[in-house]
Design a protein around this ligand. Structure first.
Ligand SMILES: *Cc1c(COP(=O)(O)O)cnc(C)c1O
Length: 358
């Protein structure tokens, strides 16, 4: 599909841009352009534009405002050691986007079109790449229903949009261990939308996350909705447990957790090193018992935004416990380093995960 290029009437001056990306933080700064592609049930995907970032007018009856047909992805453009920009496994993001679309009764988008939209936008706004240590361009593709109709059924019109946000290192000084709060709220029920990356899952996680903050913790841990004992994931990251005997456990994809691309990549890397990685259910009482007996030596969370983060302390209504020394453990640091080295092109990419943008 051809993208119509719409010139920007007043691009950000280089001085203002450099000031904006000197210390961008996360999710606050946006580049000058965006991609928009329209869909309607009759013609399919059409009218792809690469133009100025600007507000999208919505009719008050626009279906996304009422019934929340909305999905998104999150990936990053990295700067390789040789200066080129690259994406990490964008095909996996495109596939997951389409799986989310199917769960929310939305149209799928050809994977090549998804990746092409991302590529064109990143190349267009390449000057916005933050020159800070650990910097990246965070890419947010999303789709929402935009039909003016209040009946409850899948909409017939949608917009696919991609925007970019220059991002600094998620953690300013290295990666500290986080403290997590086990919530009594649940995130996803069997048969629900837990495996889809939809805005609604995040809306429902805000109260439990607020509760974690109020208790002085950094993140919320969700247990399964049926038995309230199996550990599922954090608000936006998957979990791994590392045992004294070298075994690693991560909760299985049972439809209630988000199939993280970081999770999948780490399973692959760990297995290649001969580690015994099991996708197995693991309960909160067991987590506590194993941490207290010393059988469990590390726990870490993983996702695109913060890559790999150690969990140092776990708290909930029944009190709290510490994992290992309470700081980042060896396996956590090692796997983080290995993944980051592939993403930054300082070690060979033997899996075809790195897509150079040329
Ligand atoms: C996006 C997300 C993750 C992490 O997925 P990655 O592909 O590794 O970034 C984990 N859990 C939830 C709920 C998410 O939305």
């Amino acid at each position: 599909m051809q993208f119509t290029q719409i010139p920007h009437p007043a691009p950000t001056s280089p001085a203002d841009r450099d000031a904006a990306i000197a210390d961008p933080g996360f999710g606050k700064v946006f580049t000058d352009h965006m991609v928009v592609i329209d869909y309607d049930a009759g013609t399919g995907w059409h009218d792809a534009t690469l133009g100025p970032l600007q507000p999208i007018p919505l009719h008050p009856a626009s279906s996304v405002l009422h019934y929340a047909q909305e999905i998104f992805e999150g990936l990053k453009a990295y700067r390789l050691a040789d200066g080129q920009m690259a994406l990490f496994r964008p095909d996996a993001n495109a596939q997951r986007f389409n799986a989310s679309a199917e769960r929310l009764a939305m149209p799928t988008i050809p994977e090549e079109l998804f990746i092409d939209a991302v590529r064109q936008l990143v190349l267009k706004d390449a000057d916005w790449f933050p020159q800070v240590d650990g910097g990246s361009l965070y890419i947010r593709p999303f789709m929402f229903a935009d039909e003016h109709f209040l009946g409850v059924r899948p909409a017939t019109k949608y917009k696919f949009v991609v925007i970019l946000s220059p991002a600094g290192n998620y953690f300013k000084s290295g990666a500290p261990a986080v403290s997590v709060w086990v919530s009594e709220y649940t995130r996803a029920a069997p048969g629900g939308t837990g495996a889809a990356k939809c805005g609604g899952n995040y809306a429902a996680s805000l109260v439990p996350t607020g509760e974690a903050f109020a208790h002085g913790h950094d993140q919320v841990v969700f247990l399964d909705a049926a038995e309230r004992k199996w550990i599922e994931e954090l608000g936006g990251m998957n979990l791994f447990f590392v045992f004294e005997d070298g075994r690693m456990v991560t909760p299985p994809l049972r439809g209630t957790i988000l199939p993280g691309i970081t999770r999948d990549s780490l399973i692959t890397l760990a297995r290649e090193q001969g580690l015994d990685v099991r996708e197995e259910m693991y309960s909160l009482p067991q987590w506590r018992a194993d941490a207290e007996s010393g059988k469990l030596v590390e726990t870490f969370a993983c996702g695109t935004a913060a890559v790999v983060t150690a969990v140092g302390k776990v708290a909930g209504r029944d009190g709290e416990f510490t994992i290992g020394t309470g700081g980042p453990g060896q396996m956590t640091s090692k796997l983080r380093e290995q993944l980051v080295s592939i993403q930054r092109g300082t070690v060979e990419d033997r899996h075809g995960w790195v897509t150079k943008l040329g």
